[in-house]
Design a protein around this ligand. Structure first.
Ligand SMILES: [Zn+2]
Length: 149
């Protein structure tokens, strides 16, 4: 029996490496369950913020999933102190997996200029702190700690 790896890491045209689906998912499906590989002393362009004072490195493929302002994945805190990545809509085979970095980062330095190309692109992704009340109200999946901010 051959088990097909459901994710594929490859190089994108404009964003470096990215993670692509090798199967389809339905809304609400768990797509990636990340693990913490190290604590980061401070915020980096590849760290994940899991509390107002905690920045972590996650394992692959989670650490390679690119940002989109209209993503197909959302995050929720998981039992490993990292995030689970959940399908926000149906995801097709070969589709690039994306999530919104502002849903974990209170202040983000990872995407100075966004190239997600979606109709709702915010152009810059400075973090949750800078989202308007309306933008925040559209987010269904955010890091648990952000509920206090
Ligand atoms: Zn964008």
């Amino acid at each position: 029996m051959t088990e097909v790896e459901p994710l594929l890491v490859c190089t994108t045209s404009s964003k470096g490496r990215g993670v692509f689906a090798r199967r389809s998912w339905q809304v609400g499906d768990l797509v990636i369950s990340a693990r913490v590989t190290a604590l980061a002393a401070e915020r980096t362009t590849h760290s994940f913020q899991t509390s107002i004072n905690t920045h972590c490195e996650f394992d692959e493929p989670a650490r390679l999933v690119n940002h989109s302002c209209d993503p197909n994945l959302g995050i929720r805190d998981n039992e490993f102190g990292a995030f689970d990545f959940i399908a926000l809509r149906a995801i097709a085979d070969r589709e690039e997996l994306t999530w919104d970095y502002a849903t974990s980062e209170y202040h983000s330095i990872a995407v100075p200029e966004c190239h997600c190309g979606t109709a709702v692109c915010r152009r810059t992704i400075p973090g949750y702190k800078y989202l308007t009340r309306t933008q925040r109200s559209r987010l269904t999946h955010i890091a648990g700690y952000l509920a206090d901010y």
